[in-house]
Write a protein that binds this ligand. Structure first.
Ligand SMILES: Cc1ncc(COP(=O)(O)O)c(C=O)c1O
Length: 357
């Protein structure tokens, strides 16, 4: 008898996460994971490493990272009891869904969106309600509300601004969802620092059913050190903390994240640069007649080609330009995603693209 009989069928049906990639190298133009193109300044890295060298490595960190939560509390402007910090916001998606989703729990997720939400719902054997976007890929808010009123989901997950579409839901529309449903609403704001539209943050005081996820992986250049945090009212936070894996935030990442929150000017300059570069890409892609590029509230863009998106992706990769093929997502036939890199990287991408076309 195979061991497989002991693996949950819901898991057997899944695929392990993989990204079509190439090993990092100095000549790879890497625009595929919506990362920040800028590393931390060398002096800052050196200073943080020296401090970390002097710390004991044999001791556990705090169960939940007290100093980081203290710093986040000042930075974000909420009480410490309203914050959970973790090893990346992906971990917090698991934490929140472990607290909310069991067998048959209904979870409403707009589509297309970040793959991980659906995957966790499936692992936990929840029941997925998928609501398609409008044709222009904007959120279909009426349809989300109508579906929620009919199905009464326990949880609605909004990625706003959304990956991979770049679309954002207005605060007014999120508020409509609160007033017309009784679901917990989780808003993943991984890309909020790049958005022109405002965050749902002001709703936090008014709704005890709101969860906001944020990350240091994008605007804060810290994808490699894995820091994310969750905001919710204290009563909901204390429930979400119960299934949380302890000790997941290591001391080094904590120290770096705290330091970065004191470098607001540097972070702001980088955000402004990235937004400018995204517009540069948007305008240039928009001038190519065989390409349709979509507006985006994030640090990346999606664009549709007439045909052969995967062949184009492969060709760019052979030229050492790595972007993301999102053409297997619902509604995104022949669509590719590229994040804003440095000016040099963006120009190299456009040159390789034009050469192929
Ligand atoms: C929608 C969304 N949420 C969250 C994340 C980041 O997760 P983490 O904080 O675990 O790096 C990403 C990264 O690609 C994302 O696209």
């Amino acid at each position: 008898m195979s061991f497989l009989k002991h693996i949950k069928p819901s898991v057997q049906h899944l695929e392990a996460y993989s990204v079509k990639s190439k090993p990092l190298s100095p000549d790879l133009i890497k625009l595929n994971q919506n990362e920040n193109p800028f590393d931390l300044p060398n002096e800052l890295k050196r200073e943080l490493l020296d401090e970390f060298y002097a710390q004991p490595w044999n001791r556990y960190p705090d169960v939940f990272p007290t100093q980081l939560i203290e710093a986040l509390s000042h930075y974000v402007g909420v009480p410490q009891e309203s914050i959970i910090a973790a090893n990346g916001s992906n971990e917090l998606m698991y934490t929140a869904l472990m607290a909310i989703v069991g067998s048959g729990t209904k979870v409403l997720i707009p589509s297309p969106t970040f793959f991980l939400y659906e995957k966790i719902v499936r692992v936990l054997e929840g029941s997925l309600i998928s609501v398609s976007a409008n044709e222009d890929l904007s959120f279909n808010v009426d349809s989300i509300i109508a579906s929620a009123k009919k199905e009464h989901p326990s949880l609605i997950i909004l990625n706003s601004p959304n990956s991979p579409t770049g679309q954002m839901m207005s605060v007014g529309d999120v508020e409509r969802i609160f007033t017309e449903t009784d679901a917990i609403v989780l808003v993943d704001e991984a890309y909020i620092e790049f958005a022109e539209m405002p965050s749902v943050f002001p709703l936090l005081q008014r709704y005890d059913r709101l969860i906001i996820l944020r990350t240091f992986s994008k605007a804060f250049s810290l994808a490699g050190l894995r820091i994310g945090y969750l905001l919710a009212q204290p009563a909901l936070c204390s429930e979400l903390l119960k299934p949380k894996i302890p000790f997941t935030v290591n001391n080094f990442s904590t120290a770096v994240a705290i330091k970065l929150m004191q470098q607001q000017q540097l972070i702001n300059e980088r955000i402004a640069y990235i937004k400018k570069q995204k517009m540069f890409l948007y305008e240039n892609l928009g001038q190519i007649d065989t390409i349709k590029v979509f507006p985006s509230q994030t640090n990346f863009l999606i664009f549709t080609v007439k045909n052969g998106a995967t062949a184009l992706f492969e060709n760019l990769l052979s030229e050492n330009v790595l972007i993301r093929d999102v053409s297997s997502y619902p509604m995104l036939n022949n669509t590719l995603r590229v994040n804003a890199g440095t000016e040099t990287e963006n120009k190299a991408f456009l040159t390789a693209l034009k050469k192929y076309l």
